[in-house]
Design a protein around this ligand. Structure first.
Ligand code: ADP
Length: 357
């Protein structure tokens, strides 16, 4: 490994607990300027990966490199990594200043260095005026900033964050997402952020690693993960979609829906051949809705309910079949009335088709 390699390299790492494969042959490279989200459902192996990077646990096989150095056998305090974990709460009986100084006292820094670092972190995280307060004298957002400050105070080469915003209400969480991303860009060190919340992953990160059952399901730029999922799991897990069953017609040119009298062009004829059973995923905001009276091809449906979500409307559509389809549309004009008869369709290029599982 040379200094020109990636800043962090997770190289074919596996972690087994008896018969459980918590992580299975996972490789990820992270560059210095990047904000990486590790996204997956509960139990997929996210925290295991973070513990391995931090040095709180060792891989069964595989290596971990930081700036070209093999750190696989190094203890946590020699890795230069900062951590903000949900369970590492602030000490309630210590002031902000004492909370922030804690990691520096653990590594026995000089009083001068501690003072310098506290001044630095106070400035970066705008903690002026808060340093002598106790945690219960801070707002939720201020507490989060102090927790972040404690992760950053030792000038780590990398910051690991494990669902730090999980307990905040939605509005504060969204504010903190923007703030945390801003700190990462300002500091220029990688943040590796574990979450099961896809909105959080997409709003903050540069690249997203999707983990499923201990395996890396996808790793790429957030927009590509959202727009061009390469596996059914990613199509299902990232964004909100509706799944339809379909079959490729005998010419190979169309995919007919199994449960509806509707067909879309087969955009990937090489992959999806005549007679093949497929599943089609359509993101809820990619549906087209037209009044049934226009007579366009599509799935006949009626508006069962309308949910107002700020600038968007969610139409709950009933097709007479089993599924309830939700179509998301910008709120440009008055909502369509309940009971309106519509035709639901989508562009062939706007859906994701996979061989049926
Ligand atoms: P996540 O953070 O995505 O929720 P984890 O990394 O905590 O997932 O867990 C991944 C898998 O490994 C789960 O099946 C979990 O039960 C298992 N696991 C994690 N830690 C241990 C352990 N110390 N002993 C046994 N199994 C574990």
């Amino acid at each position: 490994m040379t200094s020109e390699g990636p800043y962090i390299r997770i190289d074919q790492v596996s972690r087994r607990y008896g018969p459980v494969r918590a992580l299975d042959d996972l490789s990820i490279d992270i560059e210095k300027h990047e904000f990486i989200a590790i996204l997956g459902p509960s139990g997929s192996g996210k925290s295991t990966l973070l513990r391995l990077i931090a040095g709180l646990d060792r891989p069964t096989t595989g290596r971990i490199y930081i700036k070209g150095e093999d750190v696989t056998e190094l203890p946590p305090h020699k890795r230069g990594i900062g951590m903000v974990f949900q369970e590492f709460l602030l000490f309630p009986h210590r002031t902000v200043r004492e909370n922030l100084a804690f990691p520096l006292r653990m590594t026995k820094e000089t009083p001068q260095k501690i003072a310098d670092r506290l001044a630095w972190v106070e400035g970066v995280l705008s903690l002026n005026g808060l340093m002598d307060r106790y945690p219960n004298q801070l707002s939720g957002g201020q507490q989060q900033r102090v927790a972040l400050g404690r992760g950053l105070v030792a000038h780590p080469t990398l910051l690991l964050l494990d669902e730090p915003l999980a307990n905040l209400d939605r509005e504060l969480r969204q504010e903190m997402e923007v703030e945390i991303r801003r700190y990462q860009k300002q500091l220029g060190i990688p943040f590796v952020y574990v979450t099961h919340n896809q909105e959080e992953a997409l709003s903050m990160s540069d690249r997203v690693a999707v983990i499923h059952r201990g395996r890396l399901e996808a790793y790429g730029e957030r927009q590509a993960i959202y727009d061009r999922p390469q596996t059914p799991f990613v199509a299902r897990f990232v964004g909100k979609s509706t799944k339809f069953a379909g079959v490729v017609d005998p010419t190979g040119g169309f995919i007919k829906l199994a449960d509806h009298d509707y067909a879309v062009a087969n955009a990937a004829t090489g992959l999806h051949r005549p007679g093949m059973a497929v599943e089609i995923f359509v993101k809820n905001e990619r549906f087209d809705l037209h009044p049934a009276a226009e007579g366009r091809a599509g799935i006949p449906c009626v508006v069962g309910d309308v949910v107002l979500r700020g600038p968007f409307l969610e139409y709950i559509l009933e097709t007479g079949g089993r599924e309830r389809i939700i179509a998301v549309q910008p709120k440009r004009v008055d909502p369509l009335p309940l009971g309106a008869s519509l035709s639901l369709s989508w562009d062939a290029g706007q859906c994701h088709v996979f061989a049926a599982e």
